[in-house]
Design a protein around this ligand. Sequence first.
Ligand code: GLC
Length: 537
Amino acid sequence: MTQSQLFWWHTGIVYQVYPRSFNDTNGDGIGDLPGVIEKLDYLQQLGIDAIWLSPFFPSPMKDFGYDVADYCDVHPMFGDLATFDKLIAEAHQRHIKIIIDWVPNHTSTEHPWFIESRSSRDNPKRDWYIWRDAKPDGSLPNNWGSIFGGQAWTFDETSGQYYFHQFDPAQPDLNWRNPNVKAAMLDTLRFWLRRGVDGFRMDVVYMIWKHPDMPDQPLAPDAIPRNENDIFSTQQQLYAYDYEGVHEIMREIRATLAEFGEDKIAIGEVWLPLEKRLQYLGNNDELHMPFNFDLIGDWDWRYVKPFNAAKIRQLVDAYDAALPDFATPNYVIGSHDIPRIASRLGSEARARVAAMLLLTLRGIPTIYNGEEIGMVNGVIPPDKVQDPQGIRLGAIHTRDQCRTPMQWDNSTYAGFSTVEPWLPVNQDFPQRNVATQQMQPDSMWALYHQLIQIRRNHAALTLGTYQSLASPEDTFVYMREYNQEKFLVLLNFSDEARTITLPHGGTILISTSLNRTGEVDDEIMLHGNEGILIKLG
Ligand code: GLC
């Protein structure tokens, strides 16, 4: 790739909006698209470049929109197509891109395709989903477990066969091996591209191509199930995803986007180790950006990584070295599926270090709504759990914790809604909210805002090279460089102070506690859990 082919994402910041929990304007306790439009000025002020909108399509909401009943419409609770068009127009006016979620692996059981498919064994759409007979002994077609717990097969009384669902029984998997399914799904991309979207975040896109015979998965010998319902974690996943042939489909997806211009981005949710994940870049003809979850660890909350300087340095170095030249790196620290970063790290000071890390590394950072004010996990009483994963695997696994309403101000329901929201507002909202933090010069919001502004103003922090430098235990130090500009990022992951020797002096641009600036010589003391950005020279 040459410099003349720079697209917005080479320097851009993505902000994930979980629409249900962002801003409710019609008083039903659930966020909506007019709510997103209302906050566009806020997002522009924060300084982000693109919004990734989690699903807003018609859906019975068994998995809160990741069970799609119509790929080409808007759920009335969120608005309608005209509202969506307005959102695109208003966002574009502010130079903000709109990336939408695309859920290719499964539909809702209420999607007309599935309703037809299940109606009889000889319905023309029967083969649009994955139907199998019981084994001759009457047992399930194979041993595969569902990611949400339980078996991955549900029996359909009417037609006397089982259908396959990698997630909830309300989310039957599509059969991508049927060319009509592929054609119909690629057309859903075109539908939104024609409406002006700038790209897609593709839900578990590496799962859409399975072994055609679906043999039993071998058992994983040392696996520890999440609870007694968890079959999935006890198996080696050899045949359900990242299966031979998947890359050909990725190329077709990319080609479909390219029909609408080279600047339509394909972001993929791909939970795979580095080497496998990078294969989804293809030869610059598959996904532009398989999400990099290295800073998180694992989709299984039990294996979310501790924040360890040596480990993170190693992961960033390995990723940076392995990426082909044409690819843009990306980093994620939170989402609607993972406990809040501030809760994972246990203190706001550490979450601030994570923010500096996210916003000073090479490539695209993704900010999950609420991270910019340091939102913590919500406390969800067991009888209020809504997430299907939490219902089947126990309250500790509920993703409701990271989906509580956005905290805008200190009015009732945190300015999110005028009525009781679908999930309880976090207790800390009177202090932790956007309006309050925007007034405080040393708040988390101020840190995000300033880091974003600095990043936008210095090409070294976006397009510049990355190089990690030797540094004392528990610290991670790296250089970003572009043309003559050099920046040094110094992050202390321990509770203790650390002294760091610099290659030469410079100017402190910002510290994570927002209380230090000025010149430094060739040595600097970092406080416990402090990060500092220095412009050298
Ligand atoms: C992805 C989504 C998650 C959803 C699942 C099934 O992992 O991020 O929220 O439950 O796919 O669609």
